[in-house]
Design a protein. Structure first.
Lengths: 418, 140
């Protein structure tokens, strides 16, 4: 295996695919200390800085696309270390990290948590980048605890996850705020400090509303503004000035294109559903959440007085909900509207591939799934999921994306469809 | 102070803006409505992306920029509008296939219409807010 001899203070950029073993001395990766015999793997398309804390020797093996490059100087801004010193002194409970897309919020969180871990401070991280989730599968917000130094946030196992239902907070603002609050509170129960990463959605009315209400709801002790320039100032003017800490972004952040993000998301979902099985749920026993379906008074379709293939009917305060084979013809629709007012129709089969969250009796998210079929007449639902124990599933939360088990996104449903 | 918590307002404002820009061009309104329906069917949860896409549906084009296969709308000096795919372009003519014809709306004042020619009639209700929700019609 090739070796690299390092002097104390040397900085090397590790580009995956690459594996490395510390043969002598100490190095830090993403702020985490790695001594003799530590092994580190950098996956493909990921890049990490290594800093020699003492004179050191590392041996390495390069895979596809892998490389090592000695850098003339540190890429991590000095201000990050000053911030960490201040955190060690002040011992805040909640740190909220804000920043535009691709400024390195996830890396910042990992670096800070690793450095604090070295001081014996147990840190929880809330990952709210729901499209590229590092903790938990995409479409969820995850909570992880730093128990050991890691190079990348995704190495932290999920301690708890919360289902958002889509790959972006757009259209799911309430789930997002509730999820963030619940995960942060859970983090505080299990760690000394919680770092909450917020999404890189920072401008426009909905983004402002989300960021500022998240801030109000979390009530963080410190709001870290990770900026390249002054792109967060319009939000920071609304925050208590004493809480705001402006920190420069790292110099070596590689922006991801929209296509690259979609590809990575597909990969993450495919990996999540690898080995998934089919779970049959009895809808008379399992609760349905975030949908209209099965929240009203069940009606016998034969009593509706129309000649149509209606397989399920129920009376909601808002409308009559019917599930039909194909589409309802105009005459049947007029008749139902005349008798019941507004009519909400679901076409049987349109539930296929819908992303759902599966929660247990304590309202903990067990995992996500994909609806394969609902048998409306027999009141059964078949879900494809890696959650093995179907008996533990107490409720199904409806999302708004449609995906295949291969990870491919195949559509979105209009909120309120089900 | 409040924020828009979704891009719905922006979407409605963009639709109004496009209507004002193209109300005398039924071919443009036709394609915008058709694309709007498709966008909403495909990405109902992303109104912000729909808003960003809408103004790109109809774009001005000079004759020298025409390419075979382009779907275009052509307004003639006599107010006729033709929509179709460019099959050929010469210095003196454009040949379109899959062609549809529209007419630019004109103000005519008073007209008399022979009853025998009437195919259908619809009542057009303006000032609907005042009729349906008078308590919400706050005037100018």
């Amino acid at each position: 295996m090739p070796e690299l001899k390092l002097k104390r203070g040397d900085v090397v950029r590790l580009e995956g695919m690459l594996s490395l073993r510390v043969k002598e001395g100490n190095v830090s990766i993403s702020g985490g200390l790695h001594g003799k015999d530590s092994k580190i793997v950098v996956p493909r398309a990921k890049s990490l800085p290594l800093e020699a804390e003492t004179d050191a020797v590392v041996e390495y093996a390069l895979g596809a696309g892998g490389s090592l490059e000695q850098l003339p100087e540190r890429t991590i801004p000095h201000e990050w270390d000053v911030f960490i010193e201040d955190v060690i002194q002040a011992k805040p409970l909640i740190i909220m990290v804000m920043g535009d897309v691709d400024v390195g919020k996830t890396f910042f969180t990992t670096y800070v948590a690793n450095k604090l871990l070295r001081q014996g401070i147990r840190v929880a991280a809330v990952d709210s980048d729901i499209g590229q989730a590092d903790i938990g599968p995409p479409s969820t917000m995850g909570l992880g605890i730093f128990e050991r130094p890691v190079g990348l946030l995704y190495e932290i196992p999920a301690r708890a996850i919360y289902f958002i239902g889509s790959m972006s907070p757009s259209g799911h603002m309430l789930e997002f705020i509730v999820g963030m609050k619940k995960m942060a509170e859970r983090g505080l129960k299990e760690a000394d400090m919680t770092i909450v990463n917020t999404p890189g959605w920072i401008s426009g009315g909905p983004a402002r509303a989300l960021q500022l209400h998240a801030m109000e709801s979390l009530d963080p002790d410190i709001v870290v503004a990770l900026q390249q320039d002054k792109e967060l100032e319009h939000l920071l003017v609304c925050a208590p000035p004493a809480k705001v800490r402006r920190v420069p972004a790292s110099k070596k952040v590689r922006p991801r294109s929209r296509e690259e993000r979609a590809f990575l998301r597909e990969l993450l979902l495919a990996r999540y559903f690898e080995g998934a099985g089919r779970v049959k749920l009895d809808l008379r026993r399992v609760r349905l959440e975030r949908c209209y379906y099965r929240t009203g008074q069940l009606l016998d379709p034969r009593t509706l007085g129309v000649h149509a293939s209606i397989v399920h009917a129920e009376k909601l305060p808002e409308a009559l909900l019917v599930v039909v084979e194909g589409a309802l013809d105009r005459e049947a629709m007029h008749r139902l509207e005349a008798n019941f007012g507004q009519v909400k129709t679901i076409s049987r089969g349109s539930e296929k591939n819908l992303l759902v969250g599966l929660v247990d009796g304590s309202n903990e998210l067990l995992g996500i799934g994909i609806i394969e079929e609902i048998n409306y007449a027999r009141e059964k639902m078949i879900v494809i999921t890696p959650v093995k124990d179907g008996d533990k599933i107490a409720a199904v939360q409806f999302g708004s994306m449609k995906i295949k088990p291969s990870g491919k996104e195949v559509g979105a449903v209009r909120p309120g469809t089900f | 102070m409040t924020f828009e918590q979704s891009d719905l307002q922006r979407l409605i404002e963009e639709i109004i803006e496009l209507y004002q820009r193209y109300c005398s061009d039924p071919s443009a309104i036709d394609v915008i409505c058709s694309e709007l329906r498709t966008l909403y069917q495909k990405i109902p949860i992303y109104p912000g992306i729909i808003v960003d896409c809408l103004p790109k549906i109809v774009q001005p084009l000079r004759p020298e920029e025409l390419k075979e296969g382009n779907e275009i709308s052509v307004l003639l000096k006599n107010n006729q509008i033709f929509v179709g795919k460019v099959a050929a372009v010469a210095s003196d003519k454009i040949t379109l296939v899959d062609c549809k014809q529209f007419e630019r709306p004109r103000s005519l004042g008073e007209v008399s219409l022979p009853m025998r020619d009437v195919h259908g009639i619809k009542l057009l209700m303006r000032g609907i807010l005042q009729k349906e929700w008078p308590s919400l019609d706050f005037g100018e």
